[in-house]
Unconditional design. Structure first.
Length: 329
């Protein structure tokens, strides 16, 4: 099958490059970030490293939505939640009813936007426990050894199809370690809950996952957030694919062993002055709680806490720039 990745960022590059290089399938990339488009055109591809080493150029086909003429069988979408609606509008002329779409974006809120362009039986969602860093335009770093991490995928209708099996086969060949489930919301919410702990706390305190897990109170904080999120899901009738204990163990393992040196994507956004996706992670859990008469107060508090951290980052940046200008004068 032919694939096209919408969103040539950290995860979009990782999925697309691994499918192209390991699975040997035909992959195109579609992006709207002009510096990225220009840099890849200038370089003739994207520079790829693994754990900060072995940086090399991988030739890729990258287009803007307006310039792309391809007709892929499968769209893979990795776009920031806040940007997705606008990107889909720019790509709308490329979609047809013979295509399917897969997305494993962080947070929750993207599928109702995707449903405007794809029928439910052509939508596949998932999660990716795979760490990747975008160093800049046309420059990506895969974190972890080859084959590190795993992902889950599920049809929106929760019915396993032949095309889902074929996508999973290609993902397996790409070393993405796919696991097919038949529980859509339970699959997606497992990653939302994971991110609501590690992404959020590491971002607020500007630390790596390994530094977080070494804190004596880390597991107690994680348990409080997990229990509140699971209580919300119980009230909403969502059955998670992992138990509370398994979710807690996953946070410990990934933080301590899998990616201890990794700054989560939410921190990467904040540290570059970009808005974070906290409203679609902790904010979504709090919203789901309100809708089901269960106030998720801790998640609501942390949502506001991250927004305060964003404001503080800009304040400190402005103060540093002012001090530097005064010193230069």
């Amino acid at each position: 099958m032919k694939y096209a990745v919408i969103g040539a960022g950290a995860m979009g590059y990782r999925y697309g490059v691994l499918l192209q290089e390991n699975a040997g399938v035909d992959v195109d990339f579609v992006d709207t970030w002009e510096p990225n488009l220009a840099k890849v055109a200038e370089q003739g591809g994207v520079y790829v490293s693994r754990d900060h080493e072995g940086r090399h150029l991988v030739p890729i086909n990258l287009y803007s939505p307006e310039d792309y003429k391809g007709n892929p069988d499968v769209w893979i979408i990795f776009v920031k939640q806040m940007q997705l609606e606008g990107v889909l509008e720019r790509c709308a002329h490329l979609f047809n009813d013979k295509q399917v779409v897969f997305s494993a974006m962080n947070g929750y809120g993207h599928f109702e936007k995707i449903q405007k362009y794809f029928s439910d039986d052509r939508i596949y969602g998932g999660t990716a426990m795979i760490a990747t860093v975008l160093n800049g335009p046309g420059d990506v770093d895969f974190i972890g050894k080859s084959g590190a991490g795993e992902m889950h995928m599920c049809a929106y209708t929760e019915k396993v199809t032949d095309i889902e099996k074929k996508i999973a086969e290609d993902f397996k060949a790409a070393n993405l370690n796919p696991i097919i489930t038949e529980n859509f919301m339970g699959t997606c919410m497992a990653k939302v809950i994971f991110n609501s702990v590690v992404n959020t706390l590491c971002t607020m305190y500007e630390i790596t996952m390994g530094q977080f897990i070494e804190f004596d109170g880390a597991m107690a904080m994680a348990k409080q957030l997990i229990d509140e999120a699971y209580d919300v899901c119980d009230r909403a009738g969502i059955r998670l694919i992992e138990s509370r204990q398994d979710e807690l163990k996953s946070i410990d393992y990934v933080s301590r062993v899998g990616n201890p040196l990794h700054y989560p994507s939410m921190y990467q956004d904040m540290s570059k002055g970009r808005p974070t996706e906290v409203d679609y992670i902790n904010g979504y859990i709090a919203k789901l709680g309100r809708e089901n008469d269960y106030p998720a107060r801790t998640h609501g508090f942390l949502t506001r806490g991250v927004h305060l951290a964003e404001l503080a980052w800009h304040i400190h940046k402005e103060e540093a720039e002012k001090a530097e200008a005064e010193q230069a004068a």
